[in-house]
Write a new protein. Structure first.
Ligand code: ATP
Length: 203
């Protein structure tokens, strides 16, 4: 088992706003990693997002929440590369920067099926497929055959996962309404709930 992609191995990239990180993200990463035999997953919070409004929590807080969520679990590495290299927010630039930073690792890009429909709007999808294989987590039953045929078959793989019905948008809404810590802890690691409370985020 590799503990960082510095040493090589086959790693997944999971990018997102993680505003905040929740069990849906971690569950997606772990299930895809297990079924595709990855050594681990690099979690890459976005500094800017081409299709989304600004994040509610700062980059620093989103990084810290990811650290809380994954501390002690060597299947995850949290990467601040988008901030370190002031990347413009396009996936292709981040993928290239990651491959340059970790030249010995083989990389696949993990995403939830909801993001697949956006893929055609991403900058330079052909270049993305040339750099990485796509591993797309999808909830059974399998209905992906139409959509997947638009992409190069040997570069995209659909992985059946038990998807959890949780989103950052819903969590932010609940926090705004003053939800209990117990209820939050069903959607995200308790350490992240505590971090949010301690710093008064998403009020
Ligand atoms: P928001 O609600 O703010 O749009 P989000 O919860 O969808 O956020 P993102 O950070 O935008 O989270 O998503 C990062 C990645 O995680 C995407 O590839 C997305 O498809 C995936 N993802 C998000 N929520 C889930 C979930 N519940 N199950 C599986 N994958 C998920």
């Amino acid at each position: 088992m590799m503990t960082t992609p510095d040493q090589g191995g086959h790693w997944g990239i999971l990018g997102g706003t993680f505003d905040p990180v929740h069990h849906g993200h971690l569950n997606l990463a772990l299930q895809v990693a297990t079924s595709s035999n990855l050594d681990g997953v690099l979690l890459v919070p976005s500094l800017r997002h081409p299709f989304k409004d600004v994040c509610r929590a700062s980059f620093g807080h989103r990084m810290e929440m990811l650290m809380c969520a994954t501390s002690g679990d060597d299947r995850f590495v949290v990467s601040g590369i988008e901030m370190d290299e002031e990347l413009p927010g396009y996936t292709i630039d981040s993928i290239r920067a990651i491959r340059e930073r970790y030249p010995y690792a083989i990389w696949s890009f993990i995403m939830g099926e909801d993001n697949l429909e956006e893929l055609e709007r991403w900058r330079d999808p052909e270049a993305i497929f040339a750099e990485v294989r796509m591993l797309v987590g999808q909830r059974p039953p399998h209905q992906w055959s139409d959509y997947i045929s638009r992409f190069p078959a040997d570069r995209i793989e659909m992985v059946a996962i038990d998807m959890l019905d949780v989103s950052s948008t819903e969590i932010r809404r609940l926090l705004n309404e003053g939800v209990s810590e117990k209820e939050l802890a069903e959607m995200m690691p308790r350490s992240v709930v505590q971090y949010i409370k301690k710093h008064g985020l998403y009020q």
